[in-house]
Design a protein around this ligand. Sequence first.
Ligand SMILES: Nc1ncnc2c1ncn2[C@@H]1O[C@H](COP(=O)(O)OP(=O)(O)OP(=O)(O)O)[C@@H](O)[C@H]1O
Ligand SMILES: [Zn+2]
Length: 640
Amino acid sequence: MASPPFSYAVVKDAKVLMVGAGGIGCELLKTLALSGFPDIHIIDMDTIEVSNLNRQFLFRQSHVGQSKAKVARDAVLKFRPHIDITPYHANVKDPEFNVDFFKQFNVVLNGLDNLDARRHVNRLCLAANVPLVESGTTGFLGQVTVHVKGRTECYECQPKPAPKTYPVCTITSTPSKFVHCVVWAKDLLFAKLFGDKNQDNDLNVRSSDGASSSENVDDVFERRKDEDIDQYGRKIFDHVFGYNIELALSNEETWKNRNRPKPIYSKDVLSDELAQQNGNLEKNCACDDELSVSAMTSLGMKNPQDIWSLRENSKIFLEALRIFFTKREKEVGNLGFDKDDQLAVEFVTAAANIRAASFGIPLHSLFEAKGIAGNIVHAVATTNAVIAGLIVIEAIKVLQNDIESCRMTYCLEHPSRNMLLMPVEPFEPNKSCYVCSETPLSLEINTNRSKLKDLVEKIVKAKLGMNIPLIMCASNLLYEAGDVEDDMIAIYEANLEKVLAELPSPVTGGTMLTVEDMQQEFVCNINIKHREEFDEEKEPDEMVLLGWIQPVSAAENKDKSVDNGGSTTSDAVVTAVESEKDDEITIVSTLKKRKLPDEIDISSAPADVKHQKQLEVIDDEDDLVMLDGDLDSFKKRRLS
Ligand SMILES: Nc1ncnc2c1ncn2[C@@H]1O[C@H](COP(=O)(O)OP(=O)(O)OP(=O)(O)O)[C@@H](O)[C@H]1O
Ligand SMILES: [Zn+2]
């Protein structure tokens, strides 16, 4: 079908909102300005960092520390002085950016890097009825999608795979890849030593028969008053890399079909006097900046791309631990892993490598370990530029109200059918999407036993992702959360416990609850039905939400699992799930688009069918595969 010719009028009259002035945003603002857009508003909450300069070309060294939105505006005005650019150095979730604010724009363009903000913008665009062009990049991969209320899928019509998770036992007992060791070092050991002591931690789960001495284990991690720090470090070292491994080895069953790990004790790797020689810290730490304190510097090691020997890793491990307990003592107990915290990265690299050595897994450099721990895929400027160009092309189609011609476009790393850019017709809205559809969700619940509090925590907050929910049953307010004053919080909690302990009686007869999210302008109707019989294994909460699509990874990993960390810089994972090696990518999108046939009732089975098909492919993580075809004829195809 021929699209209407490009009309400059739609551009000339358009008022657009850009959210995000980072890698994609800089390219986008430049392309919008050069394409003749006269009125552009930009929201970005961040300031410029040195690490942005290699690709966020509107920024220079002298801008470091300044607002991205404002500097981007000034930079573009230098070559397009006559356009209006309004910057907001703010979080798009701030209340000032409400439905009325969104209504003033003809189209909203996202250049964000996280799911939460994307969802928020999606919901506001739906509430304000403004089309959204959404985008993301991860290295060479990227995508641009178009979301128009009632005509295409909204951003949340399909579940988004959450960051990859691993079964706990792989992490605690049977690692087979370096990433497993990194997750162990970061989420278990680092958290145990430097994080919140009250948090549950699976570090002590070693083998099925090794639980007996769990009390002693806690003592080991507790540093005794006046305990010499080097001695303490060695004690931890010997416990986690020596004793725990010996204990795990005692369970013969585990090792029948696996390589047996080797216990490592500090005395075997480091001679005794080394502990004293270790470090040169005083000399290097005249600086006040805590994050710049480094075990590598202290030990005279410079190159983050070197792969350290077992001995070097052991020295870094002890030195980093020593620095945390001496120079950063105040933070111990509150630390969370941060990829920009040099000392934390050094500690995690060293711990992961020592564990890897024990399990016969190849060691890695700090640079590589940091990438894995921070879930970092290095950004590619060209991908951002291509994606920004595509955003503008789609925005113009949207402004021309030519939704038929809109395409979701996937930028691939390797050509497929000789193409690097794969256009896909947008999907129709998912009729069972709780965000954009009017159809109420249905909750089957044991109303005799379940409490409203559970419903709020398990369904409203955890599943539907509402931040500050307000629940109404007809015109009665049942639950409210939000910025309550401090002294009110206690009263409020007591009230909630008391007054709302049981689900209110009208619900038991089958009642529609209306749930609003005050922060995200989001309304969702839940029809509650009473059901007494629940399968305890499959439905342990005695609650089943129908019409809601589970995020991929939640269903994939029913076992208790450990998150491998932060989010990627983009959302390209929507279609491409990264596997552990850079060159292994699993594509789960159906790149050849199909409109959902009308006869299929997607409110029930097909969404699940589609979902399961995706899982099949995600499991096959070692190949580059692509799903091709429509809902009932998914085929896996290997790309060569
Ligand atoms: N809730 C939000 N409100 C406003 N801006 C946001 C929000 N969430 C993310 N952003 C902005 O979106 C931009 C995303 O850009 P990009 O993906 O290039 O990330 P970056 O932080 O600039 O770089 P990197 O994460 O790769 O170091 C950032 O500038 C960030 O400040
Ligand atoms: Zn939707």
